[in-house]
Design a protein around this ligand. Structure first.
Ligand SMILES: CC(C)(COP(=O)(O)OP(=O)(O)OC[C@H]1O[C@@H](n2cnc3c(N)ncnc32)[C@H](O)[C@@H]1OP(=O)(O)O)[C@@H](O)C(=O)NCCC(=O)NCCS
Length: 169
């Protein structure tokens, strides 16, 4: 079992893996178009030439990256694949000199074992601006925010503001 960077021909399988866990809200749904557009964020988990899992790392800046869309095919779970995916994405973040990795999850115990701590989503304004502010569950979010590393001291907000906002830490 090993991980590798995803390539465009992997997009359909990644889509299938994410779709198997999105109807019940475990994973955020991702369209095939969105996966193709962001395929360079993704890694895949392979065994015997077959893709059995995937995960993604979204970069906000050196202050923050987000682990997303982590999943392992049900038939291959509990054999270390999930941990391998998270470790590979953490090592990518390390290469980019990212000081904080965040994620939003309904499986906090899995990530706690890998060294992530529970955080407040308000500590992560980049994420709020990117996803939360357009999420219908904004006011009754049931995902747990988790971080590993130093909480960001600033946020880079998108156009039209295009501001670098310092946070009170
Ligand atoms: C979470 C998930 C990726 C774990 O994959 P996996 O290949 O079974 O994980 P691993 O075998 O690497 O497990 C690593 C450790 O985490 C534990 N673990 C696995 N899934 C867990 C879960 N849902 N909750 C708590 N602990 C979990 C394992 O028992 C193992 O602990 P151990 O080392 O003490 O034995 C997989 O269950 C999955 O795809 N779930 C659906 C999607 C999801 O919930 N993704 C994460 C949220 S974004």
């Amino acid at each position: 079992m090993h991980t590798r960077e995803a390539l465009l021909p992997d997009a359909e399988r990644i889509h299938e893996l994410i779709c198997s866990y999105s109807p019940d809200g475990t994973l955020l749904p991702r369209s095939l178009a969105e996966i193709c557009e962001n395929v360079r964020d993704f890694i895949v988990l392979e065994e015997a030439g077959q893709i059995i899992g995937c995960g993604a790392l979204h970069l906000y800046g050196t202050h923050l990256a987000e682990i997303r869309s982590i999943t392992v095919d049900r038939a291959f779970q509990k054999r270390g694949g999930g941990e391998l995916l998270v470790q590979s994405l953490m090592s990518q973040a390390h290469k980019h000199q990212v000081s904080c990795i965040c994620l939003f999850t309904r499986a906090p115990q899995f990530f706690a074992k890998l060294g992530f701590d529970v955080a407040q989503r308000e500590d992560l304004p980049d994420k709020i601006n990117k996803d939360c502010c357009v999420c219908p569950r904004y006011h009754n979010c049931d995902e747990v925010a988790m971080v590993k590393g130093e909480l960001p001291r600033f946020a880079i907000l998108p156009e039209p503001a295009n501001w670098l906002v310092k946070l009170q830490v």
